[in-house]
Design a binder for this molecule. Structure first.
Ligand SMILES: NC(=O)c1ccc[n+]([C@@H]2O[C@H](COP(=O)([O-])OP(=O)(O)OC[C@H]3O[C@@H](n4cnc5c(N)ncnc54)[C@H](OP(=O)(O)O)[C@@H]3O)[C@@H](O)[C@H]2O)c1
Length: 242
């Protein structure tokens, strides 16, 4: 454990902690000495992660259940007496051409990527503003900065996260509350497992980012001195063009 980390004994809530970026962030922040509240639907994944890392609490559930975001914050406060960081990370991706995209899946994506993320963001910043401290880290995407054909709806969910984050950052200027968006390019996780052609193939990327790369980047954001804000951070594999 890196006992020199300024994050030691701080508390983070991480959504989407059962795989990919969320699980890697949990491992990294636990190594920094943080106490964690973990959530996702797959309880066996969360249970095994909890056994592997340091002190943690967990609350399983579908993040679109409207009361879950506030319950996660409440759990952090009840179990650990504080909440310093919220990683608003759970998400899904649905893309496809006009003829094929499933509008019901798109609406489900909007509920997960936008509605649930907004609920957690507001629960977080209301608490952080009250105590004049805290850091909200939203997982956006390179597609929160640009659009690709067939991916307009997914990009729209991430543009929404970017807009909310920027509005909150402006509203919180002059306080000690930080809001950041992390904007990954292609990361090798389970996110694209249902795609007919994996983006590593269609984009010809042999070395995509790994979840640990994003975890290190988030740790970097969190360890900055109090006077620094990093509202957006784009991180891409070297081979990714678009
Ligand atoms: N991979 C990339 O290339 C990439 C690039 C840019 C941005 N991102 C963003 O990174 C974030 C994490 O994705 P990932 O790449 O790590 O993918 P992942 O491995 O598929 O992880 C997604 C996580 O979200 C959780 N989740 C999904 N739907 C949920 C729901 N309805 N309720 C509760 N939890 C739910 C999943 O948990 P359960 O299934 O167990 O519930 C899982 O823990 C997403 O916001 C994604 O948009 C990914």
């Amino acid at each position: 454990m890196n006992s020199a980390s300024t994050l030691k004994d701080q508390v983070a809530v991480i959504t989407g902690a059962s795989s990919g970026i969320g699980a890697a962030v949990a491992r990294n922040l636990s190594q920094a000495g943080m106490k964690l509240v973990l959530t996702a639907r797959r309880s066996e994944r969360i249970d095994s992660l909890a056994k592997e890392i340091g002190e943690s609490a967990s609350l399983m559930g579908d993040i679109t259940e409207p009361s879950l975001p506030q319950k996660l914050l409440d759990l952090a406060l009840q179990r650990f007496g504080r909440c310093d960081v919220i990683c608003n990370n759970a998400g899904v991706v649905d893309v496809g051409p006009i003829e094929e995209i499933d509008i019901e899946r798109v609406c489900r994506m909007v509920r997960i990527n936008v509605e649930a993320a907004f609920r957690l963001a507001y629960a977080a910043v209301r608490h952080f503003k009250r105590i004049n401290q805290g850091h909200l880290v939203n997982t956006s995407s390179i597609l929160g900065t640009k659009v690709r054909p067939t991916a307009g709806a997914y990009a729209g969910t991430k543009y929404a996260i970017e807009a909310l984050s920027e509005g909150l950052r402006m509203e919180l200027a002059g306080t000690n509350v930080k809001v950041s968006c992390i904007e990954p390019g292609l990361v090798l996780t389970e996110l694209h497992n249902h795609w007919k052609v994996h983006p590593t193939k269609s984009m010809n990327i042999s070395s995509p980012l790994q979840p640990e790369d994003i975890a290190r980047t988030i740790r970097f954001l969190l360890e900055q001195p109090a006077h620094i804000r990093i509202p957006r951070l784009l991180i891409m594999p070297g081979e990714q063009q678009l």
